[in-house]
Design a protein around this ligand. Sequence first.
Ligand code: 5GP
Ligand code: MN
Length: 344
Amino acid sequence: MFDLCTSLSRMRPAEDIKALLEVPKKVLITMHQKPDADAMGSSLALYHFLVLKGHSVLVLSPTNFPSFLNWMPGCDQVLDFESSRDKALSLMKGTEILFCLDFNALYRTRGLATYLEKLDCPKVLIDHHPQPEEVFDYGISDPEASSSAQLVYEFIYRIGGESLINEPIAQCLYAGTMTDTGSFRFASTSPRVHRMVADLMDRGLKHEPIHQAIYDHYLENRLRFFGNALLNHMEVFYEFNTALISIPFSDVRRWDLQAGDTEGLVNLPFSIQGIRFSALIIDYDSEVKLSFRSKGDFDVNLFARKYFHGGGHINASGGRSGESLEKTVSLFRKALEENRKLLE
Ligand code: 5GP
Ligand code: MN
């Protein structure tokens, strides 16, 4: 029914885990650090599903998650490894199956990575980032998929569990897919995605409250920060069809930015005609974080890997820099020059 690809020979198809899930197991689900709605939505959908199947399930996030996800069913069950390390390590003992959602390399779980590596149990990947690490025993790795949430939905079907898809599961799946597709507008919004959403609606999903919970929950502060960023910190390089927003640490402090407050900012320059590449660079003092987005075939996964120790997808990626904001911006400009042929 679904066209899934498991791209690594070492990795067995995720549905081969079905036999192991026939009896109650101790399951650990984890996601990438600073999880977004897809990481949380896919993890919590799988959590609700596995609990309904009688398993004992721990959901562990490497860090805290943004407050715009506080509505998500089950989010109060998510343990933050950074702030509850000892508790997490104790609860992880005896894990029989590990599910890794919405990331493809263990380092993306930050301090948790070494402990995940040591777990002596099958490791299952459900993810849509290209080029996964070869540490997973089972999995679905499908870069064509819109979101990890879509892949969890398809996994549930693949193991014949669709009768268990209830409202909380549908809400989590919808949130992950809606956000990773830019509200169903990016190229990854395939017929598979629309069929999934139709199915979830048939099962009782109400979509409007989810849009409101995610997009309409911010404080005035965040909108004013956006306004200031666009007015004072955006440069447009028309010769490269590129826009750059660079935020100094003084702004992070001034606007008291919290996890999730910058979500969406990097997409705004695309409303300028001709812009095909958008970058957001934020100085968090401890590190400089970069976000990249593109329209069309400029591969920002390659760009992030090559210049900024990062990765992601062809049209959405991120990275980091150990340099100052000014130096990072100048490195970015140099990288633009090097990519002139691909961008002009
Ligand atoms: P964002 O810009 O929202 O932080 O990230 C966009 C995409 O790039 C996400 O799919 C995320 O997984 C990926 N990404 C962000 N930062 C990094 C990074 O430092 N390393 C890698 N490999 N991927 C990243
Ligand atoms: Mn995702």
